[in-house]
Ligand binder design. Structure first.
Ligand code: PLP
Length: 399
């Protein structure tokens, strides 16, 4: 009997990482694999950032740093928030962590506990419910509108807010939907929160540089009453730096101080070399960001065109991130050529994987059965080949 602590039973393994492992398995067996499950740019970290990392290694930036991040990196973050987001944070209102995921995890740890409820908009990024559950708090799911960039269903939101509500997690541009909320939706939400100064608003903006139809606006910049808004950003997607593990937040200094304390007793500090490179990434030439955005925009339009070729699917144009979240409800309850019933999108995603080698992530893990997420952070050639294979495999299903 191993006697694991009960908190570990409150969380699930990451579904996206599980699909990545399945893809690696197929590859090992020598089968063709089209990995469209990944949540990271396929592009290399830009040259000048790589060079900064090498410089850091060779010039002694290889020691522990302050728990909440180096002074230099915090200054670059402060300037970045001003430059890109029209937000001013003092240095003690900024804390650096080992990726945006770590920032979100830490913030949940220092703010939520048993008895609290935290609102999450569904479909949601797989990790949000687990970040909340592990603290002992309860994730509460609010419906969204698939026809309108997955903006909140405000009736449902107002119904779900109660005296126990301690936090609301927003993620626009969204993983998995790619949805970007309108100004009206954000203002409406802020208006609701205005009456409840005890609610913390988390804005996960890790895809802030990847919007395609209008420039991104940081949620805290919509209002002067933003002392309860915490802004989460990351170098991962913006600079193709997923493996470097640098994320950061701007927000209330009591929270940032608590997070620094927690980090001081867990990871000690984020990686010193990555911090040096991240500082150069944030303060240096930003043209690489726009170049990558243009590449993703072209791929988004390509994958949408290919999905439109698949009969009976529904997919609104996602205005951000690098995912399409396709409604395959019309394929549920069909049978495979072997007579196996497709009961849910998990079955469908596995059928697609077995018959085409295309790796996707089923909507169940994002709280949306009937949907499948494809990442288009992959080459145009793979997008074309993969979607043609999916289309062909789906044509073999019948009622
Ligand atoms: N938030 C969302 C919505 C994400 O999709 C991800 C990564 O996939 C993250 C946060 C965390 O990214 P990282 O920890 O690499 O900064």
């Amino acid at each position: 009997m191993e006697n694991l602590a009960s908190r570990i039973d409150r969380i699930q393994p990451s579904a996206t990482l599980e699909m990545t492992a399945k893809a690696a398995d197929l590859k090992r067996k020598g089968l063709p694999v089209f990995n469209m499950s990944v949540g990271e740019p396929d592009l290399p970290t830009p040259q000048h950032i790589q060079q900064a990392g090498i410089f850091a290694i060779q010039n002694g930036y290889t020691r522990y740093t302050p728990g909440g991040g180096t002074h230099e990196l915090k200054q670059s973050i402060q300037n970045k928030f001003e430059r890109d987001n029209n937000l001013h944070y003092n240095l003690d209102e900024i804390v650096v962590s080992c990726g945006g995921k770590h920032s979100l995890y830490n913030a949940c740890q220092v703010l939520f506990q048993h008895g609290d409820e935290v609102i999450i908009f569904s479909p949601y990024w797989v990790s949000f419910p687990d970040f909340v559950s592990v603290t002992g708090a309860k994730p509460v799911f609010v419906k969204t509108n698939a026809n309108q960039q997955f903006e909140p269903n405000f009736q449902d939101l107002e119904k779900k807010i109660n005296k126990n509500t301690k936090g609301i997690i927003i993620n626009s541009p969204s993983n998995p939907t790619g949805g970007v909320w309108s100004d009206e939706a954000i203002l409406k939400l802020l208006d609701i929160c205005n009456n409840r100064q005890d609610i913390w608003l988390f804005s996960d903006e890790c895809y802030e540089q990847l919007t395609y139809d209008k420039p991104f606006k940081s949620i805290a910049s919509y209002t002067n009453h933003n002392s309860k808004i915490i802004t989460f950003q990351s170098c991962s997607k913006t600079y193709a730096m997923t493996g470097w593990r640098i994320g950061y937040i701007g927000g209330n200094k009591v929270v940032t101080k608590a997070i620094s304390k927690l980090q001081g007793q867990s990871t000690s500090c984020p990686n010193s070399i990555a911090q040096y490179a991240a500082s150069k990434a944030l303060s240096g030439d930003q043209s690489c960001v726009e170049e990558m955005r243009k590449i993703f925009l072209k791929r988004r339009d390509l994958i949408l065109a290919k999905i439109n070729e698949i009969p009976d699917t529904i997919c609104q144009t996602p205005n951000g991130a690098f995912y399409v979240f396709v409604d395959f409800n019309n394929y549920l309850n069909k049978k495979t050529p072997n007579g196996k019933l497709i009961k849910n999108s998990n079955d469908l995603s596995l059928y697609i994987l077995k018959n085409t080698g295309v790796v996707s992530v089923a909507g169940e893990s994002f709280g949306a059965d009937g949907y499948i997420r494809f990442s288009y952070a992959t080459s145009e050639q793979i997008i074309i080949e993969a979607m043609d294979l999916v289309n062909k495999a789906l044509s073999n299903l019948s009622f």
